[in-house]
Ligand binder design. Structure first.
Ligand SMILES: [Zn+2]
Ligand SMILES: [Zn+2]
Ligand SMILES: [Zn+2]
Length: 160
């Protein structure tokens, strides 16, 4: 549990987040997801090319339930397998990853889940991953859905 090496000095210095003090006491296994995280600016801005959910771990080839680094989009296995995503965070400080197994987002620096459906910067990743995984848009998106249209609708890939 307590094996964080160095680099954790800025944790818990934000005093305005009174809404998460009780989530640390939850020993029941369910920890409330944060709706704010200081590490969001490190996210990749290219949301259109993310690996498919079945992509194996980049290091050990573990085939499923891997994590996607939302900074560099590498796919690595979980702490329950060979901890390659955790290692990646320790080596790169890319702190936010998206689970391909349940599409939850985790911030290693915050040591907490993030609510990918409420955090605006995470929504596109969650949505894209959801579509890749299930073949349809996630059910929660109903309000701002008109925004997708101004993409240059997929011009025909080199028709010959
Ligand atoms: Zn691995
Ligand atoms: Zn990364
Ligand atoms: Zn964070």
């Amino acid at each position: 549990m307590a094996n964080r090496a160095g680099s954790s000095s800025s944790r818990l210095e934000t005093l305005h987040e009174e809404d998460d003090y009780d989530s640390y006491g939850a020993e029941s296994g369910w920890v409330e997801a944060k709706t704010h995280c200081d590490h969001l600016p490190s996210l990749s801005s290219d949301l259109t090319h993310i690996p498919i959910p079945g992509t194996p771990c980049n290091r050990c080839q573990h085939p499923s339930e891997n994590w996607l680094c939302l900074s560099c989009k590498v796919v690595l296995c979980s702490r329950f397998v060979n901890k390659h995503m955790l290692e990646h965070y320790q080596q790169t400080t890319h702190s936010i990853a998206l689970s391909f197994s349940d599409l939850s987002a985790w911030c290693f620096a915050c040591d907490s889940y993030l609510d990918a459906q409420l955090i605006q910067q995470l929504q596109p990743f969650h949505e894209t991953a959801y579509i890749l995984k299930f073949g349809e848009a996630p059910p929660f998106r109903s309000v701002e859905s008109s925004r997708v249209e101004d993409k240059p609708a997929m011009d025909v890939p080199s028709s010959s």
